[in-house]
Design a protein around this ligand. Structure first.
Ligand SMILES: C[S@@+](CC[C@H](N)C(=O)[O-])C[C@H]1O[C@@H](n2cnc3c(N)ncnc32)[C@H](O)[C@@H]1O
Length: 348
């Protein structure tokens, strides 16, 4: 049996999510569609995806008018909802059926709202399962409901059921957080781009809640990881988010004067404090470029930096080997893979 699944993604990460999945049927806006021939609980271990859904129905000829609601209602009525719930359990989700909620999104102008879609589809699915429907018009649904999702792009809609009880991007390890903390799938994408297989030492000099290194260690357990932050509170939070301290350490330090010898770090993962939410402090407050000088100092000759940057500027002392532009909460930062320019063209 071929099961069609939909991975939801941050805009811009679709190709990296497809790479982690190991092949995609197609990409849509913030979606990667893929297939599994046997139920595979491993899909819940995807780190670059925001969420994973079982595709229960794909409907065409949606259009831009309220006639779309009739089409979507009919598509939902055709869904064998009990069979989809059984498949959810086979993929590692809970078989519990206490109620139904739906969240919907669409691209382009339409003469209906997301709530109109949610209510049309939700009432049908809840009716088929014989459980209550909880409309999001009245706020978030109660816990333990089956979360369905409808996304419409152009004339095509997909109705899917979330496999996990909560979105995959909500990591259980993140028990505490700091302002400006990174979205875990973005941190996981940074780790993938860094190619950590051969790294021995990885540094985040502005680690905040520790997201970059915790995600990196989950995919590459062998390097030694060191996270530093100017804020003792951030370091306390990062340590609290790491239940097991194996190969990962945290310390209070200024990224303008990293307490490490020159040439000792293979990879830096960093989300510097240049954005509106977090101000640069300490030695970086008067001179942002000091961060890049310090990173050049601590990197090994073959070292590289993967940074989340607010714009496409090339940090001083580095060349951009690759940049991936994202759309994230109304902003458009880029993940940049940086290397010291002297190395470029040297056959690396
Ligand atoms: C955007 S946040 C990093 C968030 C982190 N990636 C996470 O997932 O939680 C930037 C961090 O830089 C820290 N910071 C600001 N100035 C610093 C400095 N001079 N040295 C080290 N850390 C600094 C802030 O305390 C903040 O935690």
């Amino acid at each position: 049996m071929h099961t069609l699944l939909v991975a939801r993604t941050v805009r811009g990460l679709e190709p990296l999510v497809a790479e982690e999945i190991g092949g995609a049927v197609r990409h849509r806006h913030r979606e990667v569609w893929f297939r599994r021939t046997v139920p595979d609980a491993g899909v819940l271990g995807l780190r670059t995806a925001d969420d994973v859904l079982l595709a229960a129905a794909v409907a065409g000829r949606i259009g831009h008018t309220k006639a779309a609601l009739t089409r979507l209602r009919a598509a939902a009525r055709e869904v064998d909802a009990a069979a989809v719930v059984a498949l959810k359990a086979a993929f590692g989700g809970s078989p519990e059926v206490k109620g139904v909620d739906v969240s919907a999104s669409f691209l382009g102008r339409r003469t209906f709202t997301r709530y109109d879609i949610e209510d049309a589809v939700g009432a049908e699915l809840a009716g088929r399962l014989g459980v209550p429907y909880h409309s999001r018009r009245h706020g978030p649904p109660p816990p333990c409901t089956l979360s369905w999702r409808v996304s419409v792009e152009g004339d095509e809609a997909v109705i899917g059921l979330r496999i996990a009880d909560r979105p995959l991007h909500r990591r259980p390890y993140k028990i505490a957080t700091v302002p400006g903390t990174l979205h875990p799938p973005v941190a996981a994408a940074m780790a993938r781009l860094a190619g950590l297989e051969r790294a021995r030492s990885v540094l985040d000099p502005c680690c905040g809640a520790g997201t970059t290194l915790i995600e990196a260690r989950a995919s590459a357990p062998s390097p030694r990881y060191l996270g530093a932050d100017l804020s003792p509170e951030a370091v306390r939070v990062a340590a609290g988010n790491t239940a097991d301290a194996d190969r990962i350490g945290w310390l209070v330090a200024d990224a303008g004067r990293v307490p490490l010898p020159a040439g000792s770090v293979d990879v830096v993962l960093v989300n510097p404090p240049w954005e509106r939410q977090v101000a640069a402090g300490g030695l970086l407050s008067a001179d942002h470029d000091r961060l890049w000088r310090e990173l050049r100092r601590v990197l090994t000759p073959q070292g590289r930096v993967v940074a989340l940057l607010p714009d496409a500027v090339e940090p001083p002392g580095f060349a951009v080997d690759r940049a991936i532009r994202l759309s994230l909460m109304g902003r458009h930062p880029a993940i940049a893979v940086l290397s010291p320019p002297a190395r470029r063209g040297s056959g690396r």
